[in-house]
Ligand binder design. Structure first.
Ligand code: SAM
Length: 397
């Protein structure tokens, strides 16, 4: 399931809206415009790079999150090229084992190869490259490795001009360090060196909306703590909103992620940042950035009791770490924790109870933290998110 932003436009205004969207280069490529359930409007898919605030003429339309509908033409092209390369019978023989979906990562495409068809990797790469002319490099994905959540990727095909290269791919074509456009920002990332997912834009926009709510409650810019920040995509979205972020702490255990984070912050923040990764340091009076083990932060008086918004994005361990991370919040004010969790669907009720018992001091009148399923992680596990509004606590509580 790939949920993405669409604008909902009444039928008679669609031509005019599409014109504006094309003029501003905001239309998602290879995705369909399709009617709403009542048939009165059309949903127009927005490019991942489109800024959260839309230009004049489009800002009046409602933005809705909806599963995108891929344009089957590129899909049927891929099957056509594959059939031409290996024959109709072989394609039919392996049926569902072929990689029908893929993930775009800048000008790269990442595919997961089922063992059954892994030995056709070159033909798969060739068919994908032929059906997606803007793609430079196709990589096969063997999953995410270790604590740092880095992907195990192998180049299986590349393009130079009109030529498709499937063997001895030159080094200059296998570069995986790319800029991704998201919500009006460029994010430098390299999936072979640090975690980044293009599928979390909706999540980040939800965090932005919640952060704005917290700002209205506090009446001032927020102190944001992102101790599992990776290359910084959550901050990209938050820093894009004027006067939303006051102070920020951004850290990660992975030095490679921090090196790219510095590069990103230099552009988003318009200030100097080191060129190499360094331990968590006060880089500017309002910016603490660098390499750190998040579990060591709460016991350090320099970092504890200082933050309004805490992002906990280590989904395999969020619930386990939550109690020890709470002391990072400044409990003299209402505050917010936004977290992601991977859990078996059958365990969601127990996980909700665990979150509530880890966070006893919740803001009265605010909705209780509950896990919302965002997508499947495996056949039994679900990727969920939650937010917990925390109350002021008196000394010693
Ligand atoms: C799921 S990724 C999320 C990254 C980023 N927040 C994002 O949304 O792209 C989890 C991140 O936590 C980092 N990490 C894992 N264990 C950590 C620890 N103990 N302290 C700090 N960071 C850690 C990993 O390196 C990885 O970048």
């Amino acid at each position: 399931m790939n949920v993405m932003r669409h604008i909902s436009v009444p039928n008679r205004q669609v031509e005019q809206a599409l014109g504006l969207i094309r003029e501003h280069d905001l239309l998602a490529p290879a995705m369909h415009v399709f009617p709403t359930e009542d048939g009165d409007s059309r949903l127009i898919p927005l490019d991942l790079g489109a800024s959260p605030s839309l230009p004049e003429g489009l800002a009046k339309f409602e933005v809705v999150e909806h599963e995108g509908k891929p344009d089957e033409r590129t899909d049927s092209d891929w099957w056509g090229y594959l059939r031409a390369l290996i024959g109709e019978d072989t394609v039919d023989q392996h049926g569902e084992a072929w990689p029908s979906s893929h993930e775009f990562f800048g000008d790269m495409m990442i595919v997961r190869l089922d063992d059954e068809v892994a030995h056709y990797s070159q033909q798969i790469a060739s068919a994908k490259l032929q059906s997606h002319p803007h793609i430079r490099l196709v990589l096969s994905d063997r999953g995410v490795l270790g604590e740092l959540r880095i992907r195990d990727l192998t180049p299986i095909g590349a393009r130079r001009g009109d030529e498709i290269i499937l063997e001895n791919i030159p080094d200059d074509l296998t570069i995986t360090r790319v800029m991704i456009r998201e919500s009006g920002r460029s994010i430098l990332c390299d999936p072979t060196r640090a975690y980044f997912s293009t599928k979390l834009q909706t999540e980040r926009l939800e965090t932005l909306a919640l952060a704005k709510e917290l700002r209205s409650l506090l009446g001032r810019p927020l102190r944001v703590c992102d101790p599992f920040c990776g290359v910084g995509p959550a901050l990209a979205t938050l820093l894009g909103e004027p006067d939303l972020v006051g102070e920020a702490l951004a850290s990660d255990l992975n030095p490679d992620a921090v090196e790219m984070l510095f590069d990103n912050l230099r552009r988003w923040d318009n200030r100097d940042y080191p060129s190499d990764s360094i331990p968590l340091s006060q880089i500017h009076p309002d910016r603490l950035v660098g390499v750190a083990d998040a579990t060591s932060l709460p016991s350090n008086p320099k970092f504890s009791g200082s933050w309004d918004l805490l992002l906990v994005n280590l989904p395999h361990r969020t619930i386990e770490l939550l109690p020890s991370l709470v002391p990072l919040l400044d409990t003299r004010f209402p505050s917010l924790i936004r977290g992601r969790v991977i859990v078996a669907e059958s365990e969601i009720a127990a996980a909700n109870a665990a979150i509530r018992s880890a966070l006893p001091n919740r803001l009265e009148g605010a909705p209780e933290p509950v896990l919302r399923i965002k997508r499947d992680y495996s056949s039994t596990l679900r990727l969920c998110s939650f937010e917990a509004w925390m109350a002021i606590t008196s000394e010693g509580e």
